[in-house]
Design a protein around this ligand. Structure first.
Ligand code: NAP
Length: 195
């Protein structure tokens, strides 16, 4: 499961658990982005903070793990490199699924080596309520490799977003129950997202 996770929240966790069950996955590895190529001009929280919050969030689930692969690279985090890495680690016979937001996948044709990427793994596109899959479904109709590789997953809990959490913290509002307690405590302790 790839994402910036700035911060991780209940929507991500529900998405991962739902994907695990629906697609019969052995486990879900959360991969916080290191240096996202499409966010060069956007300030994001340090990779180490985002990694640690992700660890705190998944620690109690035996089917969840967190990888440092992207954050330890000193190069931009291209998904093709990550997928190749995990193919090598788990072998050619492993069936890989890359879980992420549907709106991120909508841009997949701008990603590095997208055609090879779509041939190497399935994508699980998670959407929040009210966000129509329509655009991605229309794209899939015209691009056969997207059609055969992308699966859809609507997640009511994705009504929560990282942006919403960052805004609430900046406004001094509670974020209890939007993210696991240890993540909330980490945010408070490290004074993240305060203006
Ligand atoms: P983003 O643009 O920050 O987020 C786009 C949307 O997807 C947001 O609504 C976001 O909600 C949601 N989202 C992100 N990760 C999610 C997840 N794991 N589960 C459910 N929803 C999720 O997207 P991003 O986080 O930067 O990128 C997503 C993934 O695509 C990352 O792994 C990134 O490395 C990869 N990517 C690769 C390339 C490339 O290879 N060239 C380019 C772009 C993205 P929240 O803000 O609430 O998470």
């Amino acid at each position: 499961m790839g994402g910036t996770f700035d911060p991780i929240h209940m929507g991500h966790l529900v998405t991962a658990e739902e994907a695990r069950q629906q697609f019969n996955l052995d486990y879900v590895i959360f991969i916080p982005s290191g240096s996202p190529p499409h966010k060069r001009n956007i300030t994001i929280t340090s990779a180490e903070h985002r990694y640690l919050m992700t660890v705190l969030a998944v620690i109690a689930n035996p089917y969840f793990a967190v990888s440092r692969y992207e954050i330890d690279r000193d190069k931009p985090s291209y998904t093709i490199d990550t997928v190749k890495h995990f193919s090598e680690v788990y072998g050619q016979r492993a069936k890989l699924y890359f879980i992420t937001g549907a709106d991120a996948i909508l841009e997949i044709m701008t990603w590095k080596d997208y055609s090879e990427l779509l041939s190497r793994c399935f994508f699980i596109a998670a959407s929040r309520p009210g966000y129509p899959f329509r655009k991605l479904q229309e794209l899939a109709k015209t691009v056969p490799e997207i059609n055969s590789s992308v699966r859809f997953l609507e997640i009511p809990a994705m009504a929560i977003s990282s942006t919403f959490i960052r805004k609430r913290v900046a406004q001094g509002k509670t974020i209890k129950y939007l993210t696991p307690d240890p993540v909330e405590q980490y945010i408070r302790k490290n004074k993240l997202y305060v203006r």
